[in-house]
Write a protein that binds this ligand. Structure first.
Ligand SMILES: C[S@@+](CC[C@H](N)C(=O)[O-])C[C@H]1O[C@@H](n2cnc3c(N)ncnc32)[C@H](O)[C@@H]1O
Length: 308
């Protein structure tokens, strides 16, 4: 079993994906679509595509990327424990966040029970996927920061919670919810300051009629900006130029409250188009690792809340 990335090439729908830690595996048998030369398609989207296991298993190239993820997150030492104890995860690749069942906001938890110290500064990762990215950060900053992952696919949260328990971390928590409808309720009840919100490689929803399914919409942006503490930051990125530009448009249009970091922090250099060159977190997300492995550019912006 293996995965592939492909570049804006129409594909047949994928019914489900089998995820086994730390490798990502697909159970469908669509034809393999080879990646297009990166330089020819600078705005291409490197996305999951299903591949026939018989094709992929003979191709070492397509084994490398999950290995890179495992290597990047080796410190967590999660190995295949979840799979051994619980079995593989079967999840749908695409979720429509506008489905009625997903429009119900999550109840805020008792933060004192969720975190060891609920007064610490908070980072929220919207669309946290497997959760390894937040766990890695939580392990490194165990006494200085709390981490909250919002993820619409419940099975990913079930596994993330299992891992958090294994790691014994008291400063990271995952909630299975649609961030579009729950962000405000959740963060407005948190006792400490909201210092960082990340939206990293969100689902692209390519078709124009599906753009309204994209997680970054004005109500969410307003809620992020209003709840962010002064000096707090927003980190967005995508390997899809159109998605990155869409997010950038939203956050650029609150200049009275947000400034882009390149105007206040020379330690985060940008390219000529204003995209931050390097991931400032010290760890790449899984999607980022796969996309970079395929030669895709990552478009990043980092904003800081200011008091005018
Ligand atoms: C492409 S993955 C990226 C995961 C991770 N951030 C990374 O960079 O590796 C996008 C994730 O966002 C989740 N997601 C999509 N829409 C969401 C929503 N409205 N609320 C919460 N999570 C969402 C998806 O289920 C998926 O796990």
């Amino acid at each position: 079993m293996a995965y592939s990335l492909y570049c804006s090439i129409p594909k047949k729908p994928i019914s489900s994906i089998v995820i086994s830690s730390p490798h990502i595996m697909f159970n469908s048998v669509h034809k393999f679509v080879p990646p297009v030369t990166p330089s020819l398609f600078p705005s291409r989207y490197c996305t999951w595509s299903s591949v026939s296991s018989s094709v992929a298993e003979t191709d070492e190239h397509y084994r490398q990327s999950p290995r890179l993820v495992a290597k990047e997150y080796a410190d967590l030492n999660l190995a295949d424990k979840f799979t051994e104890d619980v079995g593989n995860l079967r999840i749908r690749q695409h979720v429509n966040p506008l489905r009625r069942a997903l429009m119900i906001p999550a109840e805020a938890p008792n933060w004192m029970e969720v975190f060891g110290d609920a007064t610490l500064p908070l980072m929220v990762d919207i669309g946290s996927g497997s959760g390894r990215f937040l766990m890695w950060l939580a392990k490194r900053n165990s006494s200085s920061m709390n981490y909250l992952g919002l993820e619409i696919r419940p099975k990913l949260v079930t596994r993330a919670e299992y891992w958090v328990n294994e790691l014994g971390l008291k400063n990271v928590h995952f909630i299975s919810t649609n961030a579009m409808v729950s962000f405000q309720r959740l963060v407005s009840t948190y006792p400490g300051p909201l210092m960082l919100v990340s939206i990293l490689c969100p689902d692209p929803h390519f078709k124009k009629k599906h753009h309204k399914r994209r997680v970054v919409q004005k109500p969410l942006v307003d809620s992020i900006v209003n709840n962010l503490a002064h000096g707090g930051q927003v980190f967005i990125q995508s390997d899809v130029l159109d998605v990155a530009l869409d997010m950038r448009d939203y956050f650029d249009t609150v200049p009275d409250k947000l400034v882009h970091v390149d105007s206040v922090d020379p330690s985060l250099p940008c390219d000529g188009d204003g995209w931050v060159l390097n991931n400032p977190m010290g760890i790449r997300t899984e999607r980022e690792i796969h996309a970079e492995f395929e030669g895709c550019k990552i478009y990043r912006r980092v904003y800081k809340k200011v008091q005018h």
